[in-house]
Design a binder for this molecule. Structure first.
Ligand code: ASP
Length: 599
């Protein structure tokens, strides 16, 4: 070994001893005759002092050191002089008095300083990721991710799960995204597809009798990159046989509670996790990813509002739309600038407008509101009586600001759920240490796709319709609910899972609703359907996004912070300059010809 101690771990018990350390020159300071460097390795910093009286040669070489040079230093651990201590640093009470210095490798001047405070653009960070990752925070995040997966391994192993690796070179495993494909050299004109998830494989493993499978699995989806998506992501993928929905949820709940409490000890996490049906989540929060760290739940006031006399509301009702809203507590004195800001925000989510009703805090109660207690751009169209009715229905109190949106149900829900999150941020209603997990279940099996004029699976094609809804599959597919559930935390989707279909006939019925031809079915799912005819046990499982979970644990908002070598927003890797062209010989071997798009 080049070192017998880690820099950041040298403690006072080492004082007086001779040690050898190795690492990167973090900073150099020349103080007349003495030269100081902070030496950094993955464990932290150690101050080293070069005194020509100890070694003239070492002192002389130390004068040539620059940031990020790699060096090996031998010396004696000594106490720092009184007044020179640095209580911020674990090793801040001592230093290494160097007697020997070997330069293992010099470095060019790095494009940015290895420090938390340097302001570098993302592209440069990724181009020089090997330097970026030297930063203590990035090292910490790499270790945190390792710790989380380690805990997953331990926990699931204890629960008798077997880790099985499934192939990366496979065939399309459709889950709603485009595939990444790999041309076959041996089979001209044929392609492998990278798995969008190991979905069919884990189901096959259940038919294979594995009963409890898991994998920290890489999933590849060629999507147009929305904010904070990666072409490849990692998920904790697992599957269990002979289970009901609650058994699957219980495993995840125990595992996630354990991880959160251990990794973020000062967090608050309520158990059991909240449970809401999909319909309830939409009704109360306008979204299937509700943030439960604050209230401001939505209320439907279509009827009351349309009776109020305001034309916008009655027109909405008569065209089949809805009027919904929520109450911003204590915000009655919001000024024009604030309400304009919220209106702009609502418009950016698609709303035509946002209606405010402000209730004067001096009113005794909403039941006895008088005209002068009410402020609203719609005031001249709304009777005092209808404002009272709206306020009572929405459980508003004097001092509150009521926010109302009218339109199609989908639009109103999108706008209000976004607005609710935005307002919670503005009002600082969010406790950053809280992990509010919730299960959202009983999702519809199908979703109507306006563009395709066709039902599509709400999640993927393998989820089981609820037993009692099987009867609607052919007659009224939109009514079918599935044993399909999501885990949500703080308004983000953490993963989805379901009880799967294990009966060939039901699986074929589902395929027919979404309009797959029998050729398509055989081509894409033949292997699974065949397996189902050889004794498939009832089974279910989940895929839980690891990147988002680790980022949330770390308090990071971007998942690229917890991925060692992520891609940019345009799916490129600036370090490897991937994707890239390949040699003509390679193309020939693969029997491929490139036809560039016309620009
Ligand atoms: N395969 C699903 C996904 O990746 C998860 C699951 O249903 O297990 O979203």
């Amino acid at each position: 070994m080049y070192k017998d101690k880690n820099c950041g771990e040298v403690d006072e018990s080492a004082i007086g001893s001779t040690i050898t350390v190795a690492g990167w020159v973090h900073r150099r300071r020349d103080h007349g005759n003495l030269i100081f460097i902070d030496l950094r390795d993955r464990s932290g910093l150690l101050q080293v002092v070069f005194n020509p009286e100890n070694s003239e040669i070492a002192h002389e070489i130390a004068g040539t050191l620059r940031s990020e040079w790699v060096v090996q230093i031998q010396g004696q651990v000594i106490s720092r002089l009184p007044g020179a201590e640095n209580p911020e640093l674990f090793t801040g009470m001592l230093e290494l008095s160097a007697s020997d210095l070997v330069v293992l490798n010099p470095s060019l001047t790095p494009p940015f300083e290895v420090s938390e405070n340097t302001d570098v653009d993302d592209n440069t960070r990724l181009k020089y990721r090997f330097i970026d990752l030297r930063r203590p925070r990035m090292q910490e995040l790499l270790r945190l991710r390792h710790k989380v997966t380690h805990m997953m391994w331990d926990f699931l192993t204890e629960k008798n799960f077997t880790h099985v690796e499934t192939p990366i070179l496979l065939k399309s495993t459709p889950e709603g995204a485009r595939d990444y494909v790999v041309p076959s050299r041996i089979h001209p004109g044929n392609f492998y597809a990278l798995p969008q998830s190991p979905q069919q494989l884990k189901q096959l493993l259940m038919v294979s009798g594995v009963e409890r499978y898991f994998q920290i699995a890489r999933c590849f989806r060629d999507e147009d990159l929305r904010a904070d998506r990666q072409p490849e992501h990692t998920q904790l993928d697992f599957e269990m046989s002979f289970v009901h929905q609650n058994d699957v949820m219980e495993i995840v709940e125990d595992l996630y509670t354990k991880i959160v409490s251990e990794i973020v000890p000062d967090s608050t996490i309520s158990t059991p996790f909240a449970k809401l049906t999909y319909a309830e989540a939409i009704e109360r929060f306008g979204t299937d990813k509700p943030d439960l760290r604050f209230g401001m739940e939505l209320t439907t006031i279509t009827q009351i509002a349309s009776r109020s006399g305001a034309q916008v509301f009655s027109a909405t009702e008569s065209t089949g739309g809805v009027v919904r809203g929520f109450v911003a507590p204590g915000c009655s004195n919001y000024g024009r600038r604030q309400t304009d800001g919220l209106t702009d925000f609502a418009k950016s989510s698609g709303a035509k407008g946002l209606v405010f009703i402000s209730l004067d805090e001096n009113a005794e109660s909403v039941e006895v509101l008088e005209e002068h207690h009410i402020k609203s751009p719609l005031k001249k169209f709304l009777s005092v009586q209808s404002v009272k009715e709206i306020a009572v229905e929405m459980k508003a109190v004097p001092g509150d600001l009521i926010l109302i949106v009218a339109g199609t149900e989908k639009l109103v829900n999108t706008v209000l759920s976004n607005l609710r999150n935005e307002l919670a941020r503005q009002l600082k209603l969010i406790d950053p240490k809280q992990f509010a997990f919730a299960w959202v279940y009983d999702f519809p099996l199908f979703e109507w796709d306006e563009d395709l004029n066709q039902y599509q699976p709400a999640h993927h094609v393998f989820s089981s319709p609820k037993q009692e809804h099987l009867k609607y599959i052919e007659t009224d597919p939109g009514k079918v609910l599935a044993d399909l559930f999501d885990l949500v935390c703080n308004g983000m989707e953490m993963g989805s899972g379901s009880i799967r279909i294990h009966d060939r006939d039901v699986q074929e019925q589902v395929f027919s609703v979404i309009g797959y031809s029998s050729d398509e079915i055989t081509e894409r799912f033949g292997q699974l359907l065949t397996a189902f005819t050889y004794g498939a046990p009832p089974h279910g499982g989940m895929g839980l996004g690891l990147d988002r979970f680790v980022a949330t644990l770390a308090g990071e908002s971007a998942i690229r912070e917890v991925i060692a070598f992520p891609k940019t927003q345009t799916a490129t890797d600036p370090l490897f300059e991937a994707p890239s062209t390949i040699e003509n010989e390679q193309l020939d071997e693969l029997h491929l010809r490139v036809v560039m798009p016309k620009t």
